[in-house]
Design a protein around this ligand. Structure first.
Ligand code: ZN
Length: 398
């Protein structure tokens, strides 16, 4: 167990200790050099950093998804040399006393805040979502986070309201679940459709595991890129302050971790980046005994927050179909969503935004993407709602 929990509360006044433990991040230092080590892979053998009882709270601080590879300079060399094997540095795991496999872990998200006040959004070369091939050089955006709003010198004229959330929250997989993931995903690695597991240049950090124990665990440890049954990289913008999440528990103690904090994100996180930030998440835990079987739960469920930003009715909604020109797909939601995004990029271009800027705005502003229909053969329809009030100009057609 860690001994470095001297920062014992959220209050600056020692006699107003609220009893909230804090797992601290050394701002600017990569995960491997942190005083308190977290982890960047999923594995049941990762030693817990702390043990809490039901009803207890913790603040988990973590570097951003980039592990402090990105620099607050306009030069974009950092996105070209970006090492994906260092994603995502997570804080945890927290062991919850009394949680058993088969229970539900109830997690209240009490707050999410930035640490350094700098955010990044990138179209990474080769890792930029469905339109990556449009942007072979990539595109880097740096955000200044001012309380409720983010602004960027790379995208003038927009102000993005916070709907801050952890991109990643989750519990440890059991050995059986880990084995299932590996059997499911290994065939995809061959074709580059899933991130490789342990390799020669691997930057796996599994907390305090070292030597043979690290090598052993890392042979089967899962990358943090996809969401899975344990939660993980769900990248759901509404997993925000005030929401409650119910996670299926696969190992005794549940072993909860969090990181990949986002200041704001649009549904779909279409460029593969939100406004990414180093951050602190404040969480409270409870347990529902035997909840997995009692409620038939196989993946996490969310009860949303009452505190989402209210952007009212001032949206413009684009509609994407699973057909474009002569290209006909059958009820293909990804194709339909991408077509909605292409429409919006072309439209925003009429108001002065470059394709790189427009693609980034759609990925990081609190845009809503909904499925219109997935039954009207052969065409699915997806809607993309862009909030109008983020722009300093009127972008409605007249
Ligand atoms: Zn992220």
């Amino acid at each position: 167990m860690s001994t470095d929990f001297t920062a014992s509360g959220v209050s600056r006044f020692p006699d107003r200790d609220l009893g909230v433990k804090r797992f601290s991040c050394d701002v600017g230092k990569p995960l491997a050099e942190q005083k308190e080590l977290g982890h960047n892979r999923w594995h049941p053998d990762i030693p817990p950093l702390y043990e809490l009882g039901p009803g207890e709270e913790i603040i988990l601080e973590a570097p951003g998804y980039d592990d402090y590879q990105l620099q607050d300079v306009d030069d974009d060399g950092d996105i070209k040399t970006f090492d994906l094997t260092r994603t995502h540095p997570l804080a945890g795991p927290v062991r919850i006393d009394g949680a058993k496999a088969g229970d539900l872990l109830v997690v209240d998200v009490l707050d999410i805040l930035p640490l350094s006040g700098i955010g990044y959004s990138n179209i990474l070369p080769g890792m930029g979502g469905p339109l990556a091939s449009w942007f072979p050089e990539g595109f880097k955006t740096i955000w200044d986070l001012h309380g409720l709003f983010a602004t960027s010198r790379q995208i003038p004229g927009v102000e993005i309201p916070a709907i801050s959330h952890p991109g990643i929250t989750g519990v440890a997989p059991s050995y059986e679940l880990l084995d299932l993931w590996n059997r499911r995903e290994d065939p995809l690695i061959v074709d580059g459709l899933a991130a490789p597991r342990a390799d020669a240049t691997d930057q796996a950090v599994l907390r305090t595991l070292g030597g043979d124990a690290l090598a052993d665990a890392n042979r089967t440890a899962a990358r943090t890129i996809p969401p899975r049954e344990n939660g993980g990289n769900m990248d759901i913008k509404n997993l925000s302050r005030g929401c409650r999440v119910y996670y299926p528990v696969f190992v005794d103690g549940a072993l909860f971790s969090a990181g990949d904090y986002h200041f704001a994100e649009g549904d779909g996180e279409i460029t593969w980046n939100a406004i990414e930030m180093d951050g602190a998440g404040w969480f409270r835990f409870d347990i529902i005994k035997d909840g997995m079987a009692r409620y038939g739960v196989k993946t996490p469920m969310i009860r949303p927050s009452a505190c989402d930003p209210n952007l009212g009715t001032r949206y413009l909604t684009f509609i994407g179909l699973s057909a474009k020109g002569t290209d006909q797909r059958y009820l293909d939601l990804t194709f339909a969503a991408t077509n909605a995004v292409e429409q919006a990029i072309e439209y925003l271009g009429k108001f002065g935004y470059s394709p790189e800027q427009a693609y980034t705005i759609i990925s990081v502003a609190p845009c809503e993407m909904h499925v219109g229909g997935v039954v009207d053969i052969p065409n699915a329809a997806v809607t993309l709602k862009i909030p109008l009030d983020i722009f300093d100009q009127d972008i409605l057609p007249h």
